[in-house]
Design a binder for this molecule. Structure first.
Ligand SMILES: Cc1ncc(COP(=O)(O)O)c(C=O)c1O
Length: 397
């Protein structure tokens, strides 16, 4: 029985109940190493939304000193992570509600570094009011838009309205007028490079077009990011951090001199959408196992349970997909179900009632929102069980 084969996992999972979520540590560690290699000499901030398990965040930080700091997805999450001992946390998405902003204040008072995101003077005003009330100084990070417009094609996402120094100056003025807010850093996330596959199976010509657009976009965003960083420095301000990229863009983001650190999250688990990139191939390290509970006809196995469709424009590629046994496939008409998921399989392995079918999600975050515990597998055995955020009663969004 070869390592990582269907039989390998079936044997490991045979004694426990199903469904179960698992992380294969041999592969996870391999990915942690490969991602560190791909990041060149840049520091690496870990995108917690793509891990959602405190024990595995700790494992990444222990693996190599290049991994430093967390890119969190909500202020209450950042506060919770700080309460567990994590530090140097940038909240990647702006928060506006006073309660959310206030959640980080006690930890700032304790000396933790937690930074809030902004792309407008309104954020600064809201943050400043809460900071004043709690008698703390809140550091902020300016999110610059790094999408590229090719004519009417918007290649990127709709997030920040900061295109260049014009908008940055408005934010810097707002910061100047709020005594309890200070500039800490700049982040630019090139989603169209990092999050769009350019070697997707069955996508032929589209892959070529995407590679061409990426090449042009990389050149342009490089100049834009550098112009903002230089502009801020020319105004006599220091930046602790210039953050960029994600799992899918490390090869280009690391080449930017002004970038001090890259972000990595999805690559640790490597969900299916990250199979489709030309520049790298990471190992599928996380998944979930459902039990075959009915066999409605030959070569059709209905599993008990299902999985979440990934965020983003909805298409089949966003569905969780069976990956072991090899050749197993969803039914188009049913997809991955809520409580039952039929699969078609006509390969050489004999499947019986009670056997597992192994699935992967399309994106990294969904797995841990669906399960309270991750089984940790290493060298052919379950070596530990660790709680996901849900397993620690944490549900941010
Ligand atoms: C701001 C930001 N940075 C970086 C990333 C990259 O994360 P990952 O490596 O999980 O794709 C994301 C993902 O959406 C993001 O929103």
């Amino acid at each position: 029985m070869s390592k990582f084969s269907y039989e390998y996992y079936r044997d490991i999972l045979k004694d426990g109940s199903l469904p179960k979520a698992f992380v294969d540590l041999d592969r996870f560690d391999e990915n942690v190493f490969a991602l560190q290699q791909r990041s060149g000499d840049k520091l690496i901030r870990v995108a917690s939304k793509s891990v959602r398990c405190a024990a595995l965040l700790e494992r990444v930080f222990k693996a190599h000193e290049q991994y430093q700091g967390i890119l969190s997805f909500s202020a209450p999450e950042a506060a919770w992570l700080a309460s567990k001992g994590f530090d140097d946390i940038i909240v990647a998405y702006p928060v506006f509600r006073p309660d959310d902003i206030a959640s980080i204040c006690p930890f700032l008072k304790e000396g933790k570094t937690i930074v809030l995101m902004t792309d407008s003077p309104e954020h600064i005003e809201a943050i400043g009011a809460v900071a004043k009330k709690h008698e703390v100084t809140i550091p902020v990070c300016i999110d610059i838009d790094l999408s590229t417009d090719f004519g009417s094609l918007h290649f990127g996402v709709w997030r920040s309205r900061v295109k260049g120094m014009g908008e940055v100056d408005g934010i810097l003025d707002a910061i100047k007028s709020e005594p309890c807010v200070k500039l800490d850093s700049v982040m630019g996330y090139e989603a169209q490079i990092a999050g769009v596959g350019d070697n997707v199976a069955g996508q032929g010509m589209k892959n070529k077009v995407i590679r061409y657009l990426k090449k042009k976009s990389i050149k342009e965003i490089r100049e834009r990011r550098a112009a903002v960083v230089e502009g801020i420095q020319a105004r006599g301000l220091e930046l602790r951090v210039v953050n960029g990229g994600g799992t899918g863009s490390l090869e280009s983001t690391r080449e930017e001199d002004c970038v001090t650190e890259v972000t990595v999250g999805s690559g640790f688990y490597t969900p299916t959408l990250f199979d489709g990139y030309q520049a790298f191939k990471h190992a599928p390290a996380a998944g979930f196992a459902l039990e075959i509970s009915r066999i409605p006809k030959a070569q059709t196995y209905t599993c008990l349970g299902g999985g979440y469709i990934a965020s983003g424009g909805a298409g089949k590629e966003k569905l969780p997909a069976p990956f072991l046994p090899e050749g197993a496939a969803l039914y188009d008409m049913e997809g991955c179900g809520e409580v039952q998921t039929p699969i078609q399989y006509s390969g050489p392995i004999e499947l019986s009632m009670g056997d597992p079918v192994l699935f992967r999600h399309a994106k990294a975050g969904e797995l841990c929102e669906r399960f309270k515990v991750l089984l940790l597998i290493q060298n052919g055995a379950i070596v530990d069980e660790v709680p996901t955020y849900r397993g620690e009663d944490q549900c941010f969004f």
